[in-house]
Design a protein around this ligand. Structure first.
Ligand code: ASP
Ligand code: MG
Length: 420
């Protein structure tokens, strides 16, 4: 039988207050006949707040007021939603588990402890939404997604173990299929040792794609506070344009260059199974939004702009004035890889090799220390990396009118400039 399963994802902004949660219920109500998997993130900025708590606790500092703040934030939403104690039961249960966990001493494993605590953002938010939907008469099953998604041990940046996860699927497949609506947490998983892991900040989009892949959904919809995938960040640009339809390939390119609408890992599982991804506005759910799918016909219609601020441009020149050849490159890349420094752009000339990286003074210090003996190093900081997909000369001219260009690279589809 052909699947009709859909996956919805609601991010932190779509559950940031009572009105937002009501709106989520309003959208879900239209899809009650299901089957539907709903993935939800932590409410508002709860993940950041939990990060602070973890850090304070780890240092042995007091965090009681920060914890009370999180409790207050959630319970005020519940109060504004007029949730009764039955509707709040699962939330209370999750809250008690969190408190119990916090009463134990930190284990000394910073990243592992982080995941055990920070996962509560999603556990609390889904528990709350579950109760509210129930109270509103929208039948749904709350599922602990950690029972479904198995990952490796890389805490805070875990990789999905697909085969193991697909084995766990059988346990819950019937629940997901029979129930009209299954509610799960974004962002979190579990390793084979039974510890909670997280998929990297903003990872809930990826969870939606994992669910769609595992359960062969017909479509994924990410509900956002923007009308769809825009050609530029409205923070930088006044006149943004919606991309109505772009290909998986184009979406991967855009997120690789830094477009922040969807988490970069989201596309691959969907592309692999040909599952279309819709980006829609939770404020105007009736509008068409954007669709990301296999067809490439719409890719070239609108130029996209991606700005990355706080960039360092660093040049290495071998002190013995040797050419930049494989040996130097291996040397440089090995150091970058060991330090976990991601290169946003690179360029080599006869006797120098330049990289553009995100500002991180600590890592830059380590990099210089490792390279100083063999290379003369020059660098500029406080730069912006501009990427334009489907560029033309007029656009580039306008973008760089008042700026000094330190480095420029153009291919047929993509122009990139490091500017001051
Ligand atoms: N709550 C997590 C975060 O804020 C995951 C997400 O929002 O996608 O990073
Ligand atoms: Mg978030």
């Amino acid at each position: 039988m052909a699947s009709s399963l859909q996956v919805f994802k609601f991010g932190g902004a779509s559950v940031k207050d009572a009105a937002a949660v009501r709106n989520v219920a309003h959208i879900i109500r239209h899809y009650q006949t299901g089957p539907l998997i709903v993935v939800i993130s932590a409410m508002g900025k709860t993940t950041n707040a939990l990060e602070v708590i973890h850090d304070l606790r780890f240092k042995g500092a007091d965090y009681a007021s920060e914890l009370a703040e999180i409790h207050h934030f959630h319970t005020s939403i519940a109060t504004a939603l007029a949730m009764d104690s039955a509707a709040l039961a699962l939330f209370e249960q999750q809250w008690n588990t969190l408190e119990e966990l916090l009463r134990q001493a930190p284990t000394g494993h910073y990243d592992r402890d982080y995941d055990q605590i920070v996962c509560y953002g999603e556990l609390l938010s889904t528990a709350m939404v579950h109760g509210f939907l129930k109270q509103e008469g929208i039948h749904n099953t709350w599922i602990d997604v950690r029972k479904l998604i198995q990952t490796d041990d890389r805490y805070r940046d875990a990789r999905v173990e697909w085969d193991a996860s697909l084995k766990r699927k059988s346990e819950l497949a019937s629940i997901v299929q029979e129930q009209s609506i299954a509610l799960v947490q974004g962002f979190i998983g579990q390793n084979s040792a039974g510890y909670t892991t997280t998929l990297g900040r903003e990872g809930s989009d990826f969870t939606a794609a994992i669910m769609a892949f595992m359960f062969d959904a017909v479509a994924v919809t990410i509900w956002k506070d923007v009308p769809g995938m825009l050609n530029a960040d409205p923070k930088w640009f006044k006149d943004t344009v919606k991309l109505d339809s772009i290909s998986f390939r184009e979406a991967i390119e855009l997120s690789y260059y830094g477009a922040s609408v969807i988490h970069p890992k989201t596309i691959k599982p969907l592309q692999n199974k040909g599952i279309p991804l819709y980006i829609k506005s939770f404020i105007h759910p009736e509008e068409s939004g954007s669709i990301i799918q296999e067809n490439t016909a719409g890719d070239h219609l609108v130029p996209s702009y991606i700005f990355k601020g706080d960039q360092d441009l660093i040049s290495f020149m071998p002190k013995d004035f040797s050419f930049i050849v494989e040996d130097n490159l291996r040397d440089i890349f090995e150091t970058l890889s060991t330090l976990g420094i991601r290169v946003n752009l690179m360029e080599n000339s006869a006797v120098s090799f330049s990289i553009c990286i995100d500002k991180n003074d600590y890592k830059r210090g380590l990099l210089f220390e490792a390279m100083r003996e063999r290379y003369a190093i020059r660098y500029n900081e406080g730069l912006t990396l501009i990427t334009v997909r489907h560029w033309n000369e007029h656009i580039l001219h306008e973008l760089t009118a008042q700026r000094e260009i330190l480095l420029e690279q153009k291919s047929r589809q993509t122009a990139r400039m490091v500017v001051r």
